[in-house]
Every structure is written in structure tokens, then in C-alpha cells.
Design a protein around this ligand. Structure first.
Ligand SMILES: [Fe+2]
Length: 346
């Protein structure tokens, strides 16, 4: 049993006698409002929360059809069900009334019990629709919340994993953050979509995840690596790729691509597969520049950090050999923003 006692109905008719009959018919069951012309009906509809309107058609000034159209056009009032109640009983009028958005059309002289029954039916429908809408809103909110939680968990796991790889290297969490920002900026400059940029900011932090699998005496060695040691060091790309393989997550799939390709060179002289030019995935080419630039301006056990200007010159000098020339151009265009970033992250 649906309770309607608090539902408010607006009665619109220019003939006071008709209003009186409707008030008498409905006053015991609902809250009622009254308007004697179309303009007042619209004003009342905006000033009060309405559940139904009983609307006369023939009125001086704005007629019922115009009132109905105006209310249906406005998002604030378009959901209020409207029942026309009129002496205009021609089928064409009825068709018109229903076509402009009314839920029902009652002709005068009306039967009181018929008006009561139709009002009750349409109010019940409105209550059910509202309840469904609320349930849908609650469900949508729950889905959003779950999605947010999943995303936060994903971000946290990625951050912890990238930190784990940096524990084994000279780099720090700060380097990971800086490479992530640089990749985000370069990705934007290169024309990636907002979603791609958002993923790149995270996936780029896992570029060296494979260093987890490189032994300490190679990773921490102060002097130059022997050829054999260097061969093993290069394996961090394939180890990272194996670590991130077979994921259903697009983010992890892209992280795998970056881990595998961030040491490839534009001219084909990089590792691990010797890819060249656009054979190297764009995200791998982007992280390649950011990784080298970050390494140059960072302190290492065997050398001081390079001055920023010298690091930019070095990136420029490796354009079209190590790096994608188009991306180097974009990188140089962002020089001022990159210097601001370095000042913030140092
Ligand atoms: Fe690397």
C-alpha cells in the first residue's frame, strides 16, 4: 500500500466552480494548490514541490497546452505528471495533449470517482518511478565507490612495487615520482589522451621493476661493469617484462611494454630487441627520454649530478640516435616547465 497523504497536487482552472469540485473531491487525500490561470500555474510549479497537475486547457492568456509545453521544457518541472481535465473532447485535442507530454486526458463533465482513480494511479506510478530512480542512484554511487577503491588499490600496489625496485638501485622514490611527472608532461605534449596520460603516469614508475631480479654486486657496483655484468644488467628489461606479463589490466600491460622497451634506441642500437623508430612503442620512447634525463641530473656514487642545462644539451645531442626526434623536440619545448618540476622535486 503506497501512502499518498503528503503528495501535493496543483489544480489549474479559470472557472472557480470547477476548482471547487476538484478541491472537494481530493482535499481529504492530498495537499492541494490552486491556480486560476496558466502564468500562476507555472509560478506555483517552480515555487512548490509538486507530484501532479490537473490542468484545464481553455483558459484566457496562456492555455493549458502552452503551460504543459513550458513545464516539460524545463528540467526543474519536466518530471511532474500532468493530467488534462477539459471540456475539449475532440480526439485531435486528446492526441495533442498526450503528444506534448501529459500522462492522461480527462473530459468534462467528469465522474468524480474516475478523477480519484486516475489521480491515484498516476501518483502511484510517480512514487514507483522515484523509488527506482533512488535505487539506481544508490547503486551507481556504490559502483563508483568500488571502482574508486579498486583504482586506489591498484595505484598503491604499483607505487609499492616501483619503490621495491628502487630500493635495489641508487634511485629513490623521488626519482620515480620525477620520471612519472616527466612522462606525464611529455605524453601530454605528444598528444596522448587524458586516459593514456593518467595510465602513463603510473605505468612509467615500473620501468625498472626488473631490477628486483639483478644481483646486488652488479646493481651496487661502484666501478664500471664488465661486459658479462653489463649483459646481465640489460636483463632487467626482460625480467621486468616477465614480472608484469599476462595481466588483464591495461595499465599493467602498458607497464610491461615500458619495462621491456625503455632502453631501445631510435636508430636500432638499443636493447633488448634492437627495435628501431616507430617499432618501439610510443610509451617506451617517452619513458626512455625521461629516464635518461632524470639519471643525468641525479647524483650517482661515481659522479655528481649534471647541471640541468647540460642534461638538456645531452638529450638534444642524442636526438635521432637514441631518442625519437619528435619527442626530443617536445621535450625541449617543455624546458621551462621541466625546470619548475625539478625545483619542486629536488
Ligand atoms: Fe632501465
Amino acid at each position: 500500500m503506497i501512502e499518498h497523504a503528503n503528495r501535493r497536487i496543483l489544480l489549474v482552472d479559470d472557472t472557480k466552480a470547477n476548482i471547487d469540485i476538484l478541491v472537494e473531491t481530493l482535499k481529504d487525500d492530498y495537499k492541494l494548490g490552486v491556480a486560476l490561470d496558466g502564468k500562476k500555474a507555472i509560478e506555483y510549479s517552480h515555487a512548490n514541490r509538486l507530484d501532479l497537475i490537473l490542468l484545464d486547457v481553455l483558459m484566457p492568456g496562456m492555455d493549458g497546452f502552452d503551460v504543459c509545453k513550458r513545464l516539460k521544457e524545463n528540467p526543474a518541472t519536466c518530471d511532474i505528471p500532468i493530467i488534462f481535465i477539459t471540456a475539449m473532447d475532440a480526439p485531435a485535442n486528446k492526441r495533442k495533449g498526450l503528444s506534448i507530454g501529459a500522462v492522461d486526458y480527462i473530459t468534462k463533465p467528469f465522474d468524480i470517482s474516475e478523477v480519484k482513480a486516475r489521480v491515484k494511479t498516476h501518483l502511484t506510478l510517480k512514487v514507483i518511478q522515484e523509488s527506482l530512480k533512488n535505487k539506481n542512484l544508490i547503486l551507481e554511487e556504490k559502483v563508483k565507490e568500488r571502482t574508486r577503491e579498486l583504482k586506489e588499490t591498484q595505484v598503491e600496489i604499483i607505487n609499492r612495487l616501483s619503490l621495491a625496485s628502487k630500493f635495489r638501485d641508487y634511485g629513490t622514490g623521488q626519482n620515480v615520482i620525477r620520471i612519472s611527472y616527466l612522462a606525464e608532461m611529455l605524453g601530454r605534449q605528444a598528444g596522448l589522451s587524458p586516459e593514456e596520460i593518467e595510465r602513463l603516469a603510473l605505468s612509467s614508475t615500473l620501468h625498472d621493476a626488473g631490477k628486483i631480479g639483478i644481483s646486488d654486486n652488479i646493481l651496487m657496483k661502484k666501478g664500471t661493469l664488465t661486459e658479462d655484468e653489463w649483459m646481465l644488467m640489460k636483463e632487467h628489461t626482460t625480467i621486468g617484462s616477465r614480472l608484469l606479463a599476462n595481466s588483464n589490466s591495461l595499465l599493467i600491460q602498458e607497464a610491461q611494454i615500458i619495462a621491456l622497451t625503455h632502453h631501445e634506441w631510435w636508430d636500432g642500437n638499443g636493447y633488448n630487441r634492437g627495435l628501431a623508430g616507430e617499432e618501439i612503442p610510443l610509451i617506451g620512447r617517452i619513458v626512455a627520454i625521461c629516464d635518461v634525463f632524470d639519471a643525468l641530473i641525479s647524483e650517482r656514487p661515481h659522479r655528481a649530478p649534471w647541471p640541468v642545462e647540460k642534461a638538456f644539451q645531452e638529450i638534444q645531442s642524442r636526438s635521432a640516435t637514441q631518442f625519437d626526434p619528435r619527442l626530443v623536440k617536445h621535450f625541449m619545448e617543455m624546458k621551462k616547465d621541466i625546470i619548475d618540476l625539478i625545483n619542486k622535486t629536488d
